[in-house]
Ligand binder design. Sequence first.
Ligand SMILES: Cc1cc2nc3c(=O)[nH]c(=O)nc-3n(C[C@H](O)[C@H](O)[C@H](O)COP(=O)(O)OP(=O)(O)OC[C@H]3O[C@@H](n4cnc5c(N)ncnc54)[C@H](O)[C@@H]3O)c2cc1C
Length: 409
Amino acid sequence: MRYTDIAIIGGGLSGSTAAAMLGRAGISTVLIDPHESYPADFRVEKLSGHVQVERFLKTGIAESVLRRATFVGKNWIARFGQLLDKAPSRQFNILYDSLVNTVRDDIAASVERICAKAVSVETSPERQKITLSNDEVVSARLVVLANGLNVGLRRQLGIARTVISACHSISIGFDVVPAGRNSFDFPALTYFSERPSDRIPYLTLFPIGARMRANLFVYRGFDDPWLHELRRAPAETLNAALPRLKRITGAFDVPGEIKIRPVDLYVNDASGQPGLVLVGDAFATSCPAAGTGCDKVFTDVERLCNVYIPQWLASDGMDTDKIAAFYADPVKRACDEWSAAKAFDFRSVSIATSPYWAAQRWARFLAWSVQGLLRPLGGAVHLEPNFLGHSSSSSSSRSSSSSSLSSPA
Ligand SMILES: Cc1cc2nc3c(=O)[nH]c(=O)nc-3n(C[C@H](O)[C@H](O)[C@H](O)COP(=O)(O)OP(=O)(O)OC[C@H]3O[C@@H](n4cnc5c(N)ncnc54)[C@H](O)[C@@H]3O)c2cc1C
């Protein structure tokens, strides 16, 4: 049996960030994950916006990731084949496996890393027992469950899941290359839906190294034949759905594999479990189209590792009252509520046909147009491109509970 204060189950973005933070703080920690190196996987590929980057910086381990990512300081915004704005942006683009593996490189040697799956967890108000796929057993004061979308341990532990929206959105990731020329004209581009009936909120194109990545989001069923068409003839299907896109991008090809991932919105409730705390996707998922998943990951892990774990370890036991303080943390709750609200509002502003949401769509379009027109005048008026009606001359003015009518840049 191995003894530790903290056992982290899952070495994705949440678990690896927590392990790096706890290792720096000199807290006895074990990280359990079946993969020595995080494998290629389609998840977040872009850390963007002041708020998200600032949340990452608060963990204290962002520097090496941000250095490794492809930085883009300007993002073109377009709709109806018209360029609306060349907005300043703060995008750090990086594939998910590189992101997680760079965070893992920052984990101190004092953190023990076990390459195995946790197959069962027994919790109590004192010590927790974790049995691994290699038959080892770990005894910990606290289990941080950061196992993402995996359902096995949740069922074994009897953690209740509430599905808030099944197949809320579908994320599609692929590379694009310009046809018949060497490069695209834009540094990065967000192209918004032309018609709500296409059920596409937006397409975002952004460089990662020499590649131009595309993340396309759609609100469709996973069995929708449109997805089959997209796989079969990607450039043609995209051009049919966004007929004026080519005015901005020029002709393009889609050379490689297309990854399609549906996302359910759910929340897991483990508040009745002593000795166990859920973070990141293991606690609740987010809508990738709203781009808030990493805000939730960084907020969860920063609050847990900077505030609660040091407090909890300072006294005996790990009962449910201690754990409840984390789930009630006002910063965490505000971030979770903002993320959930944004998932629904963003869906409505993209595809709802009521007069209210149609007006919101037009207001957004006008705001971007005005901002794009005023920008050459020296920024005397500065509307935030992603937060309709919210000034952003200072990033701190954008509270995490601000308007949901925003999109990731
Ligand atoms: C397609 C897609 C696009 C996205 N785009 C964005 C975006 O643009 N912006 C944004 O902010 N967010 C985005 N997100 C959300 C973001 O990627 C996730 O919120 C984040 O990756 C969650 O990280 P995690 O560490 O909680 O989970 P994961 O990264 O899934 O990590 C879970 C880890 O647990 C391990 N594990 C599982 N079971 C066990 C076990 N039994 N024992 C040990 N280890 C185990 C796995 O091996 C894995 O390493 C997107 C998500 C998806 C799916």
